[in-house]
Design a protein around this ligand. Structure first.
Ligand code: NDP
Length: 460
């Protein structure tokens, strides 16, 4: 063995030992937080070649530091329903990393919200936000409040109570929340109004995802879904393919799903299925997006109501069955772990060509492994759904400059950001010995940016 080879072997061993040791520590410190451990596992597996090449990150304890949130705020949210009954929910804000800028990440209202889910989302946000190239750190927040079936006034009272406490910890240069599952422009509007009342001023940049008539950016609503499709378009080009003429399945029918469907259709694809948590619809003629938008954005109805207007369409209970529908491109845009190994093997058997993660961590580690083994193009969430936060950062810039860009300007910038993210992921994957592996590429490219800033900023 030459001297160089033996040094490389030593460095590899040191990197593997380091990653193993820190993962054991993270497991010990966060027992039972399965989503958080899943997200850290994926990152750790990607970073071995980085530590082998960069021992300075080991010396600076970057992995130990990057997996421990700077701050977690947990608080009581008491509110009164329309009958005068008092309810108590739990609020969270995980301020994970501020080395690249103010904490930035959405707020989720869903009964499943807990510390593990908040931490995995905030952790993923570190790398995603770094990939955008914008000056933003990472956070995530939310509550186990269930908005389903609540009146508009109940939503208002809950969000006002939630933000009354959280207002102590956020601000345009400190922590800038946005929407996520169960939080759209209405909820952001209530939070923004209450925040400004409490502060006695108008701090436009404290939230993003605001109504474009009241300080929000044009194109923000569409950004995550459009961005996911732009990213997958770049992936398809590697195989001389495009969206034109492809059959697409998109899970969910919320913000990300709706605009992923819209862009895929604009690019010539036929979207045949979408879902909500109750079940999925299959329309062999192609989903009529106007009907979905009316049902979900205007009438607050269930996706099952689609069949009332489209007699040819089928409705099936059990949303996970959506992955049994043959398609060329699958865009999971609903929630975490919605594609497990069984769903993944159905997609593989049906010759799926590409997967683009619109939701956060929608594929389990086993599902991802299966896609890789079968050579299926795979766009990981940190890269593929970064368009939303990228346009949120653009909203912060517009608020600071007190001006508004047009929809076309925002879309053009979004398209460029998604192309750049794709190139930096491919480049990092190549440089660290895993050409074409976008999971490795996204994790490494995002990590390098934050790790360098953490080294530069000294121990914290
Ligand atoms: P929405 O609340 O607008 O929509 C969520 C959709 O997913 C709804 O159709 C919902 O159905 C469905 N859904 C929720 N839980 C489940 C479940 N367990 N099984 C099946 N379907 C489910 O949320 P968003 O579109 O904003 O977010 C979707 C995903 O995208 C999340 O993972 C989010 O973190 C991620 N994301 C969002 C961004 C954004 O800009 N909004 C940015 C980046 C990522 P139902 O109405 O029945 O609950």
């Amino acid at each position: 063995m030459t001297k160089l080879n033996s040094m490389q072997t030593d460095n590899k061993k040191r990197a593997n030992d380091y990653v193993h040791e820190v993962y054991e520590l993270v497991k010990k410190r966060n027992p039972d937080e399965k989503e958080f451990l899943q997200a850290t596992r994926e990152i750790f597996d990607s970073l071995r070649p980085v530590f082998a090449k960069h021992p300075e990150y080991i010396a600076n304890g970057i992995l130990e530091r990057i997996t421990e949130p700077e701050r977690i705020i947990t608080f009581r949210v008491a509110w009164e329903d329309d009958q005068g009954k008092v309810h108590v929910n739990r609020g969270f804000r995980v301020q994970f990393n501020s080395d690249l800028g103010p904490y930035k990440g959405g707020i989720r209202f869903h009964p499943s919200v807990n510390s593990s889910i908040m931490k995995f989302l905030a952790f993923e946000q570190i790398f995603k936000n770094a990939l955008t190239g914008q000056p933003i750190g990472a956070g995530k927040g939310g509550s186990d409040f269930d908005p389903k079936g609540k009146s508009d006034r109940e939503i208002m009272r809950f969000t006002q109570s939630f933000i009354t406490e959280l207002s102590k910890y956020i601000g345009p240069d400190r922590d800038v929340p946005a929407g996520d599952i169960g939080v759209g422009k209405r909820e952001i509007g209530y939070m923004f109004g209450q925040y400004n009342r409490l502060k006695g001023g108008y701090e436009a940049g404290v939230f993003t995802g605001k109504d474009p008539n009241h300080g929000g950016s044009l194109g923000r609503k569409e950004a995550t879904g459009y961005g996911t499709v732009y990213f997958v378009e770049e992936m398809l080009k590697e195989k001389n393919l495009s969206f034109d003429g492809q059959t697409v399945v998109v899970s969910g029918s919320g913000n990300v799903s709706t605009y992923a469907m819209e862009k895929a259709i604009q690019l010539g694809a036929k979207v045949v299925a979408c879902s909500d948590s109750g079940g999925y619809i299959y329309d062999k003629n192609g989903i009529d997006l106007d009907t979905v938008k009316r049902l979900k954005e205007v009438e607050n109805k269930r996706i099952s109501d689609y069949t009332k207007d489209h007699a040819d369409a089928e409705y099936h209970e059990d949303c996970s069955g959506i992955w049994s529908i043959p398609c060329d491109i699958a865009l999971p845009c609903a929630t975490q772990n919605e594609i497990d190994e069984i769903a993944a093997s159905m997609l593989v058997t049906n010759s799926v060509k590409a997967i683009g993660e619109g939701a956060n961590m929608p594929c389990t580690l086993e599902a991802m492994a299966l896609f890789h083994e079968n050579g299926i193009l795979f766009g990981p969430a940190k890269a593929a759904n970064a368009g939303g936060v990228a346009v949120s950062a653009m909203e912060m810039s517009q608020n600071s400059m007190r001006l508004s860009w047009t929809t076309e300007e925002v879309d053009e910038k979004l398209h460029l950001v998604m192309k750049n993210i794709y190139v930096s992921c491919m480049d990092a994957a190549e440089r660290f010995g895993h050409p074409g592996n976008l999971v490795m590429g996204a994790n490494i490219a995002g990590f390098l940016k934050v790790a360098d800033a953490m080294v530069a900023h000294g121990l914290s």
